[in-house]
Design a protein around this ligand. Structure first.
Ligand SMILES: N[C@@H](Cc1c[nH]c[nH+]1)C(=O)O
Length: 371
């Protein structure tokens, strides 16, 4: 017989019991929280035309996509790396006439071209909410607090919100600290590594204070305001301070002005969600623009959670009693037990072993008896 390979590609895993069920319980808890705040569920497809997927959001790079040619249309399709981009398309097309602000939620698998060090998974569950039509401080505050509530509802504690300014370097480079395109990329790289020596070596000393303006929110914000002598960033910093004030005391707050997210479409506001006990981020969000058919832009703000690490840590798990139904059991009694919420496992032959099947009880004379 031919030897069959059962290996999955690197970064892909099957969800097995009990994790697969824990994942859907977690997903339901998060989606219920979003629905309770008026976010209506949409469900875009797994793959779509590559150029359509990236067209409406600047910075949604084609190089980050897993692509293939569709034998039917002969066009290049991409597997979605992010559902936010698809929500942008929906908002600009089929829901262009829906009243604004438009609140949408989603949940589904996304596919990353590369796995990260902290996140080896390439296929991940992404659950999120997008508020379309405004990126006001009120809208952003709602999004940040709904994200926190969703994590809390899933049982997460010790949450930290790390604020970032995604377009900061572009603004500085176009103004007081001029850089060309290539230098922008280089400065971003040095800032990512918090490499003061690297910045100095390339003559970008002006950017050095940004490395210092990182850490606990209030102190870092003070340093960032001091750095912004020309008040170029005042409206952004005021906005972020107000959002931070709206959740102060509920979670820990930090500021990392130069932190970059995977997707470069975010504008004045970005945030990353961390929680005690987890190394990588549990979610991210921020403000962004969606281009409509006429090329006008619509503002939006949203967040995405990546709950996979939570599932691995046992969140969403629930220990259920399982009732073994011996051969020839009372069918009506068994149905009655299921109606009451029991899980039953019916014997198919007299060889079936209740213990091996993970059963905790046995149906005996129409009543569950502990095994
Ligand atoms: N989709 C983004 C987060 C986001 C949602 N809305 C705006 N930003 C991400 O996964 O990083």
């Amino acid at each position: 017989m031919q030897k069959l390979s059962n290996l999955l590609p690197e970064g892909f895993h099957d969800a097995l019991p009990p994790n697969a069920e824990a994942a859907s319980r977690l997903e339901r808890d998060v989606l219920d929280t979003l629905a309770s705040h008026g976010y209506a569920r949409v469900s875009p497809p797994l793959a779509e035309y590559e150029d359509v997927l990236t067209a409406r959001m600047q910075g949604a790079a084609k190089s980050d996509l897993m692509r293939f040619v569709d034998p039917i249309s002969q066009r290049t399709l991409a597997l979605r790396p992010d559902i936010t981009m698809q929500i942008g398309r929906i908002a600009a097309t089929s829901m262009a006439d829906a009243a604004r602000p438009l609140r949408l939620s989603y949940s589904g698998q996304v596919l990353k071209l590369r796995s990260g060090q902290l996140h080896p998974e390439r296929s991940r569950l992404q659950i999120g909410a997008e508020l379309i039509g405004t990126d006001s401080v009120a809208a952003a505050s709602e999004i940040v607090s709904v994200a926190i509530e969703a994590l809390e509802r899933a049982g997460v504690t010790g949450i930290t919100v790390d604020f970032t300014l995604p377009d900061l370097i572009d603004i500085l480079a176009a103004g007081p600290l001029p850089l060309n395109e290539a230098q922008i990329a280089e400065v971003r790289g040095e800032l990512d590594m918090k490499d003061a020596g690297g910045l100095a070596a390339m003559g970008a000393m002006g950017y050095l204070p940004l490395i210092e303006a990182t850490g606990p929110f209030n102190e870092a914000m003070k340093r960032l305001r001091a750095f912004d002598a020309e008040n170029l960033l005042t409206s952004r910093l005021d906005g972020i301070s107000k959002i931070a004030a709206s959740i102060e005391g509920k979670v820990s707050l930090t500021l990392d002005p130069t932190e970059r997210h995977g997707f470069e479409y975010q504008s004045w506001l970005g945030f990353t969600l961390y929680a005690e006990g987890f190394v990588g981020a549990l979610g991210r969000g921020g403000s962004y623009e969606i281009a409509d058919a006429r090329g006008d832009a619509e503002m939006a703000v949203g967040f995405s959670l990546y709950p996979n690490p939570l599932i691995g840590a046992g969140f969403g798990a629930k220990q259920n009693d399982v009732l073994f139904l011996p051969l020839g059991h009372d069918l009506a009694a068994a149905k009655q037990m299921r109606d009451e919420g029991w899980r039953t496992v019916a014997a198919l032959s007299n060889k079936d072993d209740a213990n091996a099947m993970g059963c905790t009880h046995r149906l005996d004379n129409g009543k569950p008896q502990k095994i």
